[in-house]
Design a protein around this ligand. Structure first.
Ligand code: PEP
Ligand code: MG
Length: 566
């Protein structure tokens, strides 16, 4: 039996056949001139293109019938584009001008996408569909599988290099029973999605790309291991996992064994998420990512639209805490009207709160919309700013919030300078929430999207834990000098790892915010340790030589993890 090692990002033990995600299609080479100039080439090629477009459209329509309403909309829109007359006419002109079959459709798609982009708004969003059908048409012409998630009537383990955010629209967790990627880091989109769907997942599994299609493999999402020739032991483990008593529903009361309250909150990206989080027992919202209202737009959303979007979240949590994070544009979340796509180093660029300097007004208008929505609902609304680096920025943000009538303001600690200087950076605000995803990438100088750096990009890194400890002690100092101690929560992915959640509580973290699916497992594990035990485990992790030693030391002291298959 051969075992591959990656980083487990979503627990669960499962055995099943592998289906591979076909690679993206690269820009095609032109065919030989003698072929292109042969009599009948243009007519034959035009007919082949038409047929390929129809076949692609038919395949997409068939999938739309099986998909949920949101996925069906995406697939139906893409199907229409596959037979779009402008796309085919433009390709026909390129063929007539002497281009080969594949370059003709490739370049036609470029032209049509540019035209749609220039129209802006809804039309600009269709440009992605044009690129998608272009790849599908070329795959059809070549007789190879279409790029993207494979179609399958039966369950499978998806093997991919990494998933693009667009791939996730059609990922059906009923068919895709586990996810293994050879790239991607623990804070990547893939990892966040897998946790939200509750399917076992492993990222950065080097060697996974060579597992043949159809092979039965065993995935242990907690251990981060893939067995490529599973035996009886793995079969029994997978069966036992499938038959385990389901984790009790979270009862809405996060606590340690000795009764120390640790509110368990949800990370949400809009009203629908908030509804699911409320149903899962979340004690409130610890992170509302307001980008959902802005992304994919080329103009700022209007006041009423924003009020309605935020209100849809507040309505789900009457009398409960909802922490709204103001717009975090930039880096992997570019916005044409706010961020500069030509920055050489966008993660270190004008992103998060920093965009307020170059484009003042967007943040103040967002705060006004949040305040109006808050006034219309009973949720206890708080606001926090992303990417705060200095005490001056914290002061400026708090002042803007006061003007908007939102006195309960806080900051995210995701830049090491804010952690190191927490005693002064937290003084102007009422609370802090540590974004461990960005704090890890900036502490380790390791891009959170990059697989080769995933060992560095791990929130178990003792350096990251040390910064969390410093933030908590800085908050205590900020409080003793000028009033109450600002509570420090965590809303990065680290909070969703039940073992790391115990360490965070032991470090003095006051609340944990996570994807709704993680609430029950985190609550179940937290309830087995006293605060003193959690503090002891935090010390173990802080003193470990590296992240693997920290993880192993803490996990081996928490037998409940194995019992629950976490
Ligand atoms: C974080 O950085 O940990 C965080 C919660 O923010 P995001 O993942 O949205 O950057
Ligand atoms: Mg962040």
């Amino acid at each position: 039996m051969s075992t591959l090692h990656g980083i487990g990002v979503s627990p669960g033990r499962i055995l099943g056949p592998v289906r591979r995600m076909a690679d993206a299609i690269d820009s095609p080479q032109d065919t030989d001139a003698s072929v292109r100039q042969a009599p009948g080439y243009v007519e034959d090629s035009t007919a082949r293109l038409k047929q390929a477009g129809q076949a692609v459209a038919a395949g997409l329509r068939a999938r739309a019938e099986q998909a949920d309403p949101a996925g069906a909309d995406v697939l139906s829109a893409t199907a229409l584009m596959a037979t779009d007359s402008m796309l085919h006419k433009t390709a026909g002109k390129a063929l007539a001008a002497g281009r080969g079959l594949e370059p003709a459709i490739w370049e036609a798609a470029e032209t049509v996408a540019a035209m749609l982009t220039s129209l802006g708004g809804y039309m600009a969003e269709r440009a992605a569909d044009v690129y998608d059908v272009r790849s599908r048409i070329i795959a059809e012409l070549r007789g190879v599988p279409a790029p993207g998630i494979p179609d399958s009537a039966t369950e499978f383990i998806l093997l991919a290099r990494d998933l693009a955010p667009a791939d996730t629209a059609t990922l059906d967790p009923v068919r895709v029973i586990a996810l293994v990627t050879s790239e991607g880091g623990p804070q990547s989109h893939t990892a966040i999605l897998a946790r939200a769907l509750g399917i076992p997942a492993i990222v950065a599994a080097t060697g996974a790309e060579s597992i043949p299609e159809g092979t039965d493999i065993y995935v242990d999402g907690a251990a981060g291991t893939v067995c490529t020739a599973p035996g009886d032991e793995q079969r029994v483990a997978a069966q036992a996992f499938a038959a385990r008593a389901p984790l009790e529903i979270f009862d809405g009361h996060g606590t340690t064994a000795d009764g120390r309250r640790v509110p368990l909150l949800a990370n949400v990206g809009g009203g629908a998420d908030a509804g699911a989080a409320a149903a899962a027992g979340a004690e409130g919202v610890g992170l509302l990512r307001t980008e959902f209202c802005f992304l994919g737009r080329d103009t700022e959303p209007g006041h009423d639209e924003q009020v309605a979007a935020y209100g849809a979240v507040f309505a789900e949590f009457p009398r409960k805490k909802v922490v709204v994070r103001t717009l975090d544009a930039g880096a992997d979340k570019p916005l044409p009207f706010l961020t500069d796509a030509s920055e050489p180093n966008p993660a270190l660029g004008v992103r998060g709160f920093r965009t307020d300097t170059g484009a003042p007004g967007v943040l103040a208008r967002q705060l006004a919309a949040i305040a109006e929505a808050a006034a219309a609902h009973q949720a206890q609304v708080k606001v926090m700013a992303p990417m705060i680096s200095t005490a001056q920025e914290a002061t400026d943000f708090a002042a803007l919030c006061t003007v908007a009538g939102l006195p309960d303001s806080g900051i995210m600690v995701e830049v090491p300078s804010a952690a190191v200087r927490a005693a002064s950076v937290l003084r102007p605000v009422a609370f802090a929430s540590i974004g461990t995803n960005d704090l890890t990438q900036y502490t380790m100088a390791a891009d959170r999207q990059l697989a080769p750096l995933s060992a560095l990009n791990d929130p178990w890194q003792p350096a990251v834990l040390e910064l969390i400890r410093l933030t908590v002690s800085g908050a205590e100092a900020a409080g003793t000098s000028s009033g109450p101690i600002p509570p420090v929560g965590v809303c990065g992915e680290a909070a969703a790892d039940p073992a790391l959640a115990v360490v965070l509580v032991g470090l003095g973290i006051a609340s944990l915010s996570m994807t709704a699916r993680a609430l029950a497992p985190v609550a179940a594990v937290l309830r087995t340790v006293t605060y003193a035990q959690a503090s002891g485990l935090a010390t173990l992790a802080l003193e470990a030589e590296g992240p693997a030693q920290a993880r192993t030391a803490v996990r081996s002291a928490l037998p409940i993890l194995d019992e629950l298959g976490l």
